[in-house]
Ligand binder design. Structure first.
Ligand code: HEM
Length: 210
């Protein structure tokens, strides 16, 4: 029973604030990039026509290709889990003159990794086209780690993408995300770099019915 309760609480804990914060960051970025929001909406119209009420079905999700690029680019800039904590088991030779000794804590930050200009030129720019197939093929697999990688890869990563697309499609067909209080830069200044990266005062985003 303890194991089952442990699994349930870690899935509920790891699955709730991560996706809600991702949805809010997408909406905040779309406030500041209206032309990208228009492209998202155009894609929604191809899938749903003018129907703003129809619930999203499983078959709709693979068609939301541009929305997926927008979510991926949002996760690049604002990964809810901004660092990964590990402890070395053996000595690790980094091949550049440095060796991490066995038994030491290692923190990898998604925040800095995702802003490495070697892999993401002009890294502060919000550009969903970075995730077009032709622009992402050949990129180093460890340069993009919003869900971690390897054995401890987020067990919910596919589900998270489905859930985020469903929520955003439902909201954006009905509402235009207009403004985020103080702008995204102000949000960033108030980040709490805890387990979940998010602004201390939460998100205040204006949504206007379409
Ligand atoms: C955008 C949403 C999400 C992000 C960015 C995210 C990110 C992550 C990351 C980075 C890790 C690995 C942590 C590490 O390296 O130690 C992780 C682990 C985990 N995630 Fe997610 N996650 C998301 C959504 C979800 C959802 C929806 C669920 C469940 C329904 C979930 C369940 C889990 C669980 C159970 C683990 C622990 C796996 C393990 O320790 O082996 N996550 N997540």
């Amino acid at each position: 029973m303890d194991d089952i309760l442990g699994e349930i609480s870690s899935i509920a804990g790891a699955g709730a604030e991560t996706t809600s914060s991702t949805c809010c960051f997408v909406l905040a970025l779309l406030c500041e990039h209206q032309h990208i929001q228009e492209k998202v909406l155009e894609e929604q119209k191809v899938i749903f026509g003018e129907d703003i009420q129809r619930p999203v079905t499983r078959d709709d999700l693979p068609q939301m290709i541009y929305l997926e690029q927008v979510i991926k680019e949002t996760l690049r800039l604002y990964s809810p889990l901004s660092f990964h904590y590990r402890q070395t088991v053996d000595n690790v030779d980094l091949g550049n003159g440095y060796v991490l000794l066995a038994g030491i804590p290692v923190i990898v930050t998604a925040y800095l990794t995702h802003r490495n200009p070697e892999y993401f030129p002009d890294p502060e720019r919000f550009d969903p086209d970075r995730f077009l197939p032709e622009n992402s093929t050949g990129r180093h697999p460890y340069s993009y780690i919003p869900f971690g990688l390897g054995r401890r890869l987020c067990v919910g990563h596919n589900y998270a993408m489905m859930e985020t697309k469903t929520i955003l499609s439902t909201v954006l067909r009905k509402y235009r995300a207009c403004a985020v209080e103080g702008g995204i830069r102000a949000l960033e200044k108030s980040f709490r770099f805890g387990l979940i990266q998010k602004p201390v005062q939460g998100f205040r985003i204006s949504l206007v019915p379409r």
